[in-house]
Ligand binder design. Structure first.
Ligand code: AHR
Ligand code: AHR
Ligand code: AHR
Length: 498
């Protein structure tokens, strides 16, 4: 039997563990967070302020999402209620450190060229659902073209000053574009030269440095180069990452810097590089802007998912980072369902019926490559009935969502290309698999299902002037029109015609 004193002591010990956030640990290590970003949880035990802000398309209003309690997980249920029947974007990722180093929609930069003046896209609020200790939360799903930035920060390292940073990312969401980064970058959003950045990079970009294997790798974006080690080449000690949840660490001080990584769901961090600066990067000329999902010059071709991260003042000790990793593991990141609505079964055959008033006799059909909605009925020709029938398969990319294979052309699937829906043969590439993977959710107009593009979760199957697209609820393309959006993206999933 335990005594009352022992039990009280155990309770106090447990609450001390849960009453510590990563930024409490950095502070007690003497390297406090000067920026702390997370849409999933508070990064300080005492933090009960806003984590992020979402905006819904239906009426343009905003909702601040806070933790359910101080130090806790984000109130995802509040977001779900607010976004029911419409679409929501993440507009602000608040800085929890008290420095107001918030991340908002990234402005155009050097990468965009003289005739492009658009801001980056904002992330869907529902692209990256997870659970933390069983409680649902949402990460930030960065599709190509999406990015967040703050060019006017407070107390972020400049020049050769010491800093550290960590991020928890989805190790299965990456590409070879430039550059899925989190960290310190140029305040002008232009490439101002080597050493003007110090950010975590994750992905398979091979133009500069690489690690071992085929990636993805954690590297450091130091500007004009992604570094896995001392020089822009292969550092065999920087491994390919295959963890679903990955902790990535980069830190730097005068002529010393390091990369560390590990499984964010278990175990410890490993040092992949620790040593001198690359030639031409000593001393550093850090500028102190903050970026998420983009390169220093706003290169926005990359993709990845961010759950939480922080930037410190001072070079954290390994002991501090060990404690931070243990805290992340204790948060118990886990996957959860990406779909809702109609339960689809791999191997079943379906048709997709429009719900827009005036178009309910129309179904998604293809003729060769081209996809459109067509009037189909039981008395249609066998050819048309087959063209309007789809075999459900598990998602070609993630094995979790779904793909839709043509009934009359097996091996050919619905996929988007430049946001137009096409039927193409599976070429076995990662790009094809991603473009052919879709996550159905309860129909945005309350009928049937809305079929979300896995890689672009702001975008859904949408008929527009009878053509088929993956469309967002407002945007630069004509088919992104908000008029009739919720109706045009909602389809009844019926049994197949053929
Ligand atoms: O260092 C790699 C990239 O090069 C930077 O992120 C970007 O600013 C430049 O294009
Ligand atoms: O449809 C959007 C993108 O366009 C696809 O992901 C890519 O294959 C093409 O460039
Ligand atoms: O695709 C048919 C109609 O075309 C859509 O309902 C409407 O948004 C567009 O004008």
């Amino acid at each position: 039997m335990f005594s009352r004193a022992i039990i009280l002591g155990l309770v106090a010990a447990v609450s001390r563990v849960s009453a510590t956030g990563p930024c409490d640990l950095y502070a007690s290590g003497g390297t406090p967070c000067v920026a702390a970003h997370s849409t999933t949880r508070a990064l300080y035990a005492a933090y009960s302020g806003d984590l992020y802000q979402v905006q819904r398309a239906s009426d343009g209003t905003y909702l601040e999402i806070a933790p359910v309690s101080a130090g806790g997980v984000a109130n995802a249920a509040a977001q779900d209620t607010f976004c029911t029947g419409t679409t929501c974007l993440i507009t602000v990722i608040y800085d929890q450190s008290g420095h107001a180093n918030h991340l908002t929609q990234a402005p155009p930069g050097g990468f965009d060229g003289p005739d492009v003046d658009g801001y980056d896209n904002l992330a869907s609020a529902i692209g990256a659902p997870v659970t933390l200790n069983g409680a649902k939360a949402y990460g930030v799903f960065i599709s190509p073209g999406t990015g967040y930035r703050n060019d006017a920060t407070v107390d972020i390292a400049t020049g050769d000053a010491a800093e550290g940073m960590y991020a928890v990312l989805d190790g299965t969401h990456y590409n070879s574009g430039c550059c899925f980064d989190y960290g310190n970058a140029e305040t002008s959003a232009h490439d101002t030269g080597s050493g003007h950045m110090e950010a975590i990079y994750f992905g398979t970009e091979t133009v500069w440095g690489t690690g071992s294997g085929s990636g993805p790798w954690i590297m450091a974006d130091l500007e004009n180069g992604l570094f896995s080690g001392e020089s822009a080449g292969e550092n065999a000690a920087d491994p390919s990452i295959s963890y679903r949840f990955v902790t990535a660490v980069v830190k730097g001080e005068p002529d010393l810097w390091a990369i560390k990584g590990g499984n964010a769901a278990s175990g410890a961090l490993t040092t992949y590089y620790s040593g001198v600066r690359p030639s031409g990067y000593n001393p550093m000329s850090k500028e102190g802007a903050l970026i998420l999902g983009i390169g220093g010059d706003n290169s926005n071709g990359a993709e990845g998912t961010f759950y939480e991260g922080a930037v410190t003042s001072g070079y954290p000790t390994d002991a501090t980072e060990t404690a931070v990793q243990a805290n992340i593991v204790a948060a118990k990141y886990a996957t959860t369902s990406l779909t809702s609505g109609t339960a689809l079964t791999a191997g079943s055959q379906i048709s997709l019926q429009a719900t827009t008033p005036g178009y309910t006799t129309y179904y998604v059909a293809h003729n060769g490559t081209a996809v459109s909605i067509e009037v189909v009925s039981s008395s249609s020709s066998t050819t048309l009935k087959e063209q309007a029938s789809w075999t459900v398969t598990t998602g070609l990319w993630d094995g979790i969502c779904f793909s839709f294979e043509s009934v009359d052309q097996p091996g050919y699937y619905l996929r988007h290309d430049n946001f137009v829906l096409l039927v193409n043969e599976d070429d076995g590439t990662k790009q094809f698999a991603e473009d052919a993977t879709f996550c159905p959710q309860t129909g945005l107009n309350g009928e049937g299902d809305s079929i979300r593009a896995w890689g672009y979760p702001t975008r859904y199957f949408r008929h527009y002037n009878l053509g088929l697209y993956v469309a967002s609820n407002g945007g630069v393309q004509i088919f992104d029109s908000t008029t009739s959006f919720t109706n045009d993206v909602s389809f009844l999933i019926d049994t197949a015609f053929a």
